[in-house]
Design a binder for this molecule. Sequence first.
Ligand code: GAR
Length: 210
Amino acid sequence: MAHPPERRLPVAVLVSGSGSNLQAIIDAADAPSYGAEIVAVISDRPGVRALERAATAGIPSEVVAWKDFDNRAAFSAAICDAADAYGADALILAGFMRILAPNAIARFPNRILNTHPALLPAFPGAHAVPEAIAHGVKLTGVTIHFVDEEVDHGPIIRQVAVAIESGDTEATLQARIQAEEHRVYPEVIDAFARGRLEVLGRAVTWKEPV
Ligand code: GAR
C-alpha cells in the first residue's frame, strides 16, 4: 500500500459524457493514500451524466460550453481559466471529446493527461472502437498519454492491449476497453501526481515509488 503523499496534486477532470472514467478516479481518490485530489469537474456540455457523478461526490463542477465560443483558442482559454480558478495544477481528460488549442498546452505543459480507447498511433480520433473492428485488427486497447499540440499524439505513458474477439460489437469491445481504462487510468494519475513520471522527448519513464 502506497504511503499518503505530502500534498495531493489538485487536478481538474474534463468530461463530455457518461463519466465512467471520472467515476473510477473519484473512487480511487477516496483512499487517503491517493496522490491526486479532484478540485473540479469541467464539461463542455450541460446535462451530461458526468456532472451528476460530480454532484453526487460533492465535487464542484462547471460547464464551459463549446457553442459559447467563436473559436478553439477562446474555448481552450476558458477551460484553463476555469481550472485555474479552482487551483488545478493539471488537467485530466476523461472522455473529453474536444481538442484543446496550443494555448492550453502551453499553460499546462506535460500536465494534461488523456485516455484513448485504442493502441495509438493506431485509430486516433473520436471513433477508435468501431474503426478498430472495421479494420479487422486482432488487438486494440487503451493508451494513456500526455496531450500535446497534435490530436492523440503526445508522449505515451501506458498502454494495455485488449483482444478483439469474433462477434465483438462496438458495445462489447468498448465495455472490455473501458474496464481496462477504469483500472489503469487512476493508477497512472496517482503516479503522475506523485512525480513518478519523467518525460524526455517522447519517452516517458516510470521512476520507482518515492
Ligand atoms: C472513454 O472510453 C475514452 O477512452 C473515450 O471516450 C470514452 C468516455 O467514456 N475517449 C475518446 O474516444 C477520446 N478520443 P466515459 O465518459 O464513460 O469516461
